[in-house]
Write a protein that binds this ligand. Structure first.
Ligand SMILES: [Zn+2]
Length: 337
C-alpha cells in the first residue's frame, strides 16, 4: 500500500475520526488504550496506522497530519518500525505466545522510555488466556505506550477489555456514496450491488472487475446457486469445474465465499420483501431466488446462510478451498432436497 493511498484512504473513509485523533495528539491528550470497532472496509487499520505515523512523523504538516514521506512514516508503512508493534491473528486465534511477544515489547519500552504503539487487529480472536495477559498491561500501562485494539464485532469482545478501553465506533461508509463511485468507475448496474456487499472501497472494487473477473464469478456462482436450488447434484460437480478455478489465492477464495453468502442472502431477503432487480446482488438469477424463497422455510434458508457464513473461518483454519465448497454444497443439497 502506498503512503499517499493509505493516508487518503483513512481521510476519505473516516475524515472526522482522523481529525479527532490528530487533534488529540497535538494536544497531548491521547489515551493509552482504545478499541476501534469498525466493519471490514471502514478503515480501522488505515486510521490506526495514520495515528502511529502521526506519533513518529518528523515532518508533521501544518494542519497536524503525518507527512507520509519522512523515514519514520515510510518505515511504519513498510511494517518495519521497531516501536510500532502489530499483531494479527495467527490462523483463527491470537495466541498466548503472540501476547507474550507484545508483553516483552511493552516492558522494553518501559526501560528505554520510548514512545511505543501496539496495534492488535481482530482482537475478538484473542484466546482467553491471551486476553487476560493483555488486560494486565492495559490496567498497568508502562512507559509511553498506546494500545490500539481493532475489531469488526464489538459484541465478541470480553467486557473486561471493553471497560478498560475507550471504545470508538467507526461509522460505515455510505452505500450510496460507494454506488455512485462505482458508477463513475464504470461498473455495470448488474454488478454494483454485489460489489458493494463485497467491499466498501472503490479501489478494492475496481481490482475485482479487471478482466471481468467479477462478471465471470457472478455468472458461475449464479449457476451453482441455481443447481443447488433445484436440488441438482451437478451443483457438486460445478464446485471443481467452475468455482475452484475462479480463485487461485486465499484472498480471492475468501471473496468467492462472500459471494456465496450474498447469493443466498438475496433469497432470504426475497422471502419477506419484494425486491426489484437493482436491489439484488444477483439479478440474473432472480427467478431461481424467488422460487427457492417460496419453496424453503425461513429456518432452512437461515441454516444455509449460517453454513455459508461459517466457511470463512474454515478457510482461516487452513481447510482446503475445494473441500470447504464441496462439504458446503452437500449440506445445502440436504436442505433443498
Ligand atoms: Zn512523516
Amino acid at each position: 500500500m502506498t503512503e499517499e493511498f493509505l493516508l487518503s484512504t483513512a481521510q476519505r473513509l473516516q475524515p472526522q475520526l482522523v481529525n479527532h485523533f490528530m487533534n488529540l495528539i497535538t494536544k497531548h491528550e491521547l489515551s493509552h488504550a482504545y478499541l476501534f470497532n469498525g466493519a471490514d472496509g471502514t478503515g480501522r487499520q488505515a486510521v490506526a496506522t495514520t495515528i502511529a505515523m502521526r506519533l513518529f512523523c518528523q515532518n508533521v504538516t501544518a494542519d497536524g497530519h503525518p507527512c507520509g514521506e519522512c523515514s519514520e512514516c515510510r518505515r511504519i508503512l513498510a511494517g518495519d518500525h521497531p516501536d510500532v508493534v502489530s499483531v494479527v491473528p495467527d490462523g483463527q486465534r491470537i495466541k498466548v505466545e503472540q501476547v507474550r511477544y507484545l508483553k516483552a515489547e511493552f516492558s522494553k519500552s518501559a526501560v528505554e522510555g520510548n514512545q511505543k504503539i501496539f496495534i492488535v487487529d481482530q482482537v475478538d480472536r484473542l484466546t482467553t488466556s491471551a486476553a487476560n495477559s493483555l488486560l494486565k498491561f492495559i490496567e498497568e500501562p508502562v512507559g509511553n505506550t498506546v494500545a490500539l485494539l481493532l475489531t469488526a464485532s464489538k459484541n465478541l469482545i470480553l467486557p473486561t477489555i471493553l471497560s478498560r478501553t475507550q471504545v470508538v465506533d467507526f461509522p460505515g461508509v455510505a452505500p450510496k456514496e460507494l454506488a455512485n463511485e462505482l458508477e463513475k468507475a464504470g461498473v455495470v448496474p448488474s454488478q454494483r450491488l454485489l460489489l458493494a456487499t463485497l467491499t466498501e472501497s472503490v479501489t478494492a472494487a475496481t481490482e475485482l472487475i479487471v478482466d471481468d473477473w467479477l462478471g465471470d464469478a457472478q455468472a458461475k456462482v449464479g449457476q451453482w446457486f441455481t443447481a443447488c436450488c433445484e436440488s441438482d447434484e451437478r451443483a457438486f460437480v460445478r464446485v471443481q469445474t467452475e468455482l475452484v478455478p475462479l480463485a487461485t489465492n486465499r484472498e480471492r477464495q475468501g471473496i468467492v465465499l462472500d459471494m456465496l453468502v450474498a447469493v443466498w442472502h438475496d433469497a432470504l431477503r426475497l422471502q419477506t420483501t419484494v425486491l426489484a432487480n437493482d436491489q439484488l446482488a444477483y439479478p440474473q438469477v432472480a427467478q431461481a431466488s424467488q422460487q427457492v424463497a417460496q419453496r424453503l422455510t425461513t429456518d432452512q434458508l437461515v441454516t444455509v446462510m449460517t453454513l455459508c457464513l461459517g466457511t470463512r473461518s474454515q478457510l482461516n483454519g487452513n481447510i482446503n478451498f475445494q473441500t470447504i465448497l464441496e462439504a458446503l454444497t452437500l449440506q445445502i443439497l440436504e436442505q433443498t432436497r
